[in-house]
Design a protein around this ligand. Structure first.
Ligand SMILES: *Cc1c(COP(=O)(O)O)cnc(C)c1O
Length: 417
């Protein structure tokens, strides 16, 4: 690795700090300053994802976690084909949530043996595509079973299945809860005896269990507790399974810091907990690989959103910087994608990031709605029309999670640098 990369790696966690600022005040992205990159891209708004930061994050995680734990990338966090292609070469497997994502993962060269397909409401055609592709299907409804059995018989290929369990506990402190209580995800623990018997009767290739309790969690003790309970539950269910467990997907939920006061996740307790589970699995589930699946933790901090200031106006003392993109490209940064109370993402003026002259401004997008807010009364480098607003922590749930068609402005583009 070159020196430049080594320098960039060190402060990977702190929002903004993973991107260097040049003496000129320009933010450095990849090996260019932001203004040159913007010329190269040829338009604003755009998202830029940094390869070296993506590589560094996976390397850092591998170093922290037990070697036996398999690392999967949940590609819905960032489905850009070039990103998926890069990640496929770095992680052990890709988790897809639709046949569309499955195509991107297969095109990227991901090994079908290590692709898993989860999601409620899988259409019959998607289930058949997954059997034909030879990927692992995380079954979320009893309805999926006969469709899989039919496809398997017709194609002469095993339908590889894991059962997504809706556990009888929740992930505490999660931004989004995706398990426990009544849920559309997975199948309730209570229904497992009957369901597992049906998997056996239909002769499906049973491979294991999938549990996913929730997302965006910054509390290691909650993640450890969820992993512990998920393991215990899977162990109980393994006794009812038609064949030994080969995959035990314990979910993920690792969060990243977005807002003032939030601290990066401490991996040490999670690693120790996983180490203990690996040791138990060696005797209790000897054929099983433990898997964790992460989306935002892998890609979120490696990406920025860049939008140009097209107007600057003052209303009753409040300065507004109006940009050429907003919630139509980056719904999450506007606070309308799962936030309970709106808070500002980390933002700067990318071509003046090092400027000492600062002022309190609101950054708004071009849409005719007060929801289109990227920064609410933030202290930022003083900026003019033509300057580039940068939103950090934008590598996950950005472009693909935003209502691009809303108001008919031009689309954003994505680059991997
Ligand atoms: C969305 C999702 C993930 C990824 O969640 P992150 O919070 O981005 O890590 C992982 N697994 C499943 C089943 C998901 O639906």
């Amino acid at each position: 690795m070159s020196d430049a990369i080594a320098v960039k790696r060190a402060p990977i966690h702190a929002p903004m700090a993973q991107f260097q600022v040049e003496a000129s005040g320009e933010l450095r992205v990849g090996d260019q300053n932001l203004s040159v990159l913007a010329e190269r891209v040829g338009q604003t708004p755009f998202f830029a994802y940094d390869r070296e930061l993506l590589r560094a994050r996976v390397a850092q995680l591998r170093e922290a976690l037990p070697a036996q734990v398999k690392l999967h990338f949940a590609m819905k966090a960032n489905p850009m084909p070039a990103v998926v292609g890069l990640m496929a070469g770095l992680v052990d497997g890709i988790d897809v949530a639709s046949a569309g994502e499955l195509k991107v993962a297969l095109d990227a060269g991901a090994d079908p043996a290590e692709i898993s397909f989860a999601g409620p409401g899988k259409r019959d055609i998607e289930l058949r595509q997954a059997v034909a592709a030879g990927v692992l299907i995380n079954v979320e409804s009893a309805r999926e079973l006969p469709v899989l059995a039919e496809a398997s018989a017709r194609l002469g290929l095993p339908a590889r299945v894991a059962i997504r369990v809706n556990p009888d506990f929740e992930l505490k402190g999660s931004g989004m809860k995706m398990g426990g209580g009544p849920k559309q995800f997975g199948i309730d623990t209570e229904q497992m005896p009957e369901l597992l018997a049906e998997v056996g009767r239909l002769g499906l290739a049973f491979e294991g269990f999938h549990l996913f309790a929730g997302s965006q969690n910054l509390r290691p003790e909650s993640i450890c507790e969820a992993q512990q309970k998920s393991y215990e539950l899977a162990l109980r269910l393994a006794a009812l399974a038609p064949s030994p467990v080969k995959f035990l997907n314990l979910g993920g939920g690792f969060g990243i810091p977005y807002f003032p006061g939030e601290q990066p996740l401490d991996l040490a307790p999670i690693s120790a907990n996983l180490q203990a589970l690996v040791a138990r699995a060696a005797t209790e589930l000897p054929e099983a690989s433990l898997v964790i699946e992460l989306g935002r933790y892998l890609v979120g901090e490696a990406g920025i959103y860049v939008t140009k200031i097209v107007d600057r106006k003052t209303s009753r003392g409040q300065v507004y910087l109006v940009t050429d993109g907003g919630l139509n490209h980056h719904l999450a940064a506007s606070g309308n994608f799962g936030q309970v109370i709106r808070k500002n993402y980390p933002v700067t003026i990318g071509n003046k990031a090092g400027s000492v002259e600062r002022e309190s401004v609101s950054v708004v997008g071009p849409l005719c709605t007060p929801l289109d807010l990227l920064a609410d009364r933030m202290d930022l480098p003083a900026a003019e029309i033509g300057d580039l607003v940068v939103v950090f922590q934008s590598g996950a749930y950005g472009r693909s999670a935003s209502p691009e068609g809303f108001l008919g402005h031009p689309a954003s583009v994505e680059v991997l640098v």
